[in-house]
Design a protein around this ligand. Structure first.
Ligand code: SF4
Length: 380
């Protein structure tokens, strides 16, 4: 989107549900178990925020992503009420992608049907591993069999666009096990697989246990195995950690990487709106009190200059295997990326880490493994 253009552009919506049945041992997301009463108060406040934000924002919505936490800990009635408010308050484009994150063990047949009836057309299921020892080590609440039951519910309700999240480079995990995990997952009726390596986040029980992780060489090999195995199974890598069947990349996430504006609703949700990044308060009492006045929820506001926006376009766009479109960059900022970034592009093309093609700039396979270092150099 041309820098500074605000009108007539479609935008995305993210809705945060900060509840889970039980905290996973590696998780530092904004989520926690909660009583039914606390969940009810939150849903009421969220609906107030949705209605108030709908009045203020105008425009068309190209995608919605309901994440968490575990949105499917909510009751059918709560899920339906949230989507009713959303449809009544915003103008969703025809065919807008609407995703809900669902964890095995929480997606009942009734909830799957309620989501389908509410217009949801994509589900993202947190599987992480097919092996019980990994799921126990991570503190997940479910087994692989629970995942298969959830997948059945999703299919029976009519969902055809389904993602599974996986994790690799887990403590004690071998390459052979990761290969098995990929093969068994890819054989299921899924359109999308996200595969992230485990990051031990400070202030999590798993970090404090400091379990030995696989050596760096193994992690490198597991990453390459992911692409090899999933490609052979009909999935194409389109982003550093994401693989999709033909026609099924996640449009919502593509929007993030291409800097489509997005509105974050709910506790702690982030937004990119009118070239400003901000997030809602993460303090629950403050959220509940101010939800009907979204401006009062906003914190950590950062206005992005044209240079900031250019840096983001490179930083985020290089995550995509296709890379950054030179034409789009020129259109958005009135200058070619080769002009702004000449020395960096030269340095990394000469070292075989960056592809400088006619239409796009993208990371090479070798470059993906040092992506953070390269992307940091594109910050102006
Ligand atoms: S289900 Fe997801 S959000 Fe909830 S605790 Fe586990 S990792 Fe965190």
């Amino acid at each position: 989107m041309p820098y500074g253009q605000l009108k007539d552009t479609a935008f995305e919506i993210y809705i945060h549900i900060p509840f889970c049945i039980k905290k996973c041992l590696y998780c530092d997301f904004l989520s926690a178990p909660a009583s039914g009463e606390a969940v009810g108060r939150y849903v009421d406040a969220l609906i107030k925020e949705i209605k108030a934000a709908g009045k203020q924002s105008g425009g068309r919505v190209s995608s919605v992503f309901v994440g968490g936490g575990t949105p499917t800990v909510l009751s059918e009635a709560h899920l339906t009420a949230i989507f009713d408010a959303l449809h009544a308050s915003f103008r969703l484009e025809e065919g807008a992608e609407i995703t809900v994150e669902a964890n095995p063990g929480t997606l009942t047949a009734g909830k799957a049907r309620a989501l389908k009836e509410a217009g949801v057309n994509r589900l993202s299921l947190g599987l992480q591993s097919v092996f019980l020892k990994d799921l126990r080590m991570l503190g997940r609440i479910h087994t692989f069999e629970d995942f298969l039951i959830s997948l059945d519910h999703a299919q029976n309700a009519g969902f055809r666009n389904i993602n599974a999240d996986l994790m690799f480079a887990l403590p004690g995990q071998t390459r052979k096990e990761w290969e098995q995990c990929l093969l068994r997952t890819a054989a299921l009726p899924l359109t999308h697989i996200s595969a992230y390596s485990l990051i031990l986040e400070e202030n999590t029980p798993l970090y404090r246990n400091h379990p030995p992780l696989p050596p760096e060489d193994d992690e490198y090999a597991m990453y390459e195995d992911t692409n090899d195995i999933l490609s052979a199974c009909g999935f194409t890598q389109y982003e550093i950690s994401n693989y999709a069947r033909n026609g099924f990349p996640c449009r919502h996430n593509l929007g993030y990487w291409k800097r489509v504006p997005y509105l974050g609703l709910g506790l702690g949700a982030s937004s990119l709106w009118q070239e400003t990044r901000y997030k809602n308060t993460s303090d629950m009492p403050s959220y509940l009190e101010n939800a009907q006045a979204p401006l009062r929820l906003q914190q950590e506001k950062e206005y992005l200059t044209r240079r900031d926006a250019m840096s983001e376009s490179m930083f985020l766009g290089l995550r995509l295997t296709q890379g950054v479109s030179k034409k789009a960059f020129q259109k958005d900022y009135g200058i070619a990326p080769e002009v702004i970034y000449a020395p960096i592009i030269k340095k990394y093309t000469e070292t075989g880490l960056l592809n400088n093609q006619e239409t796009h700039l993208s990371l090479t396979r070798k470059g993906i493994h040092v992506s953070n270092t390269i992307m940091a150099e594109f910050l102006l």
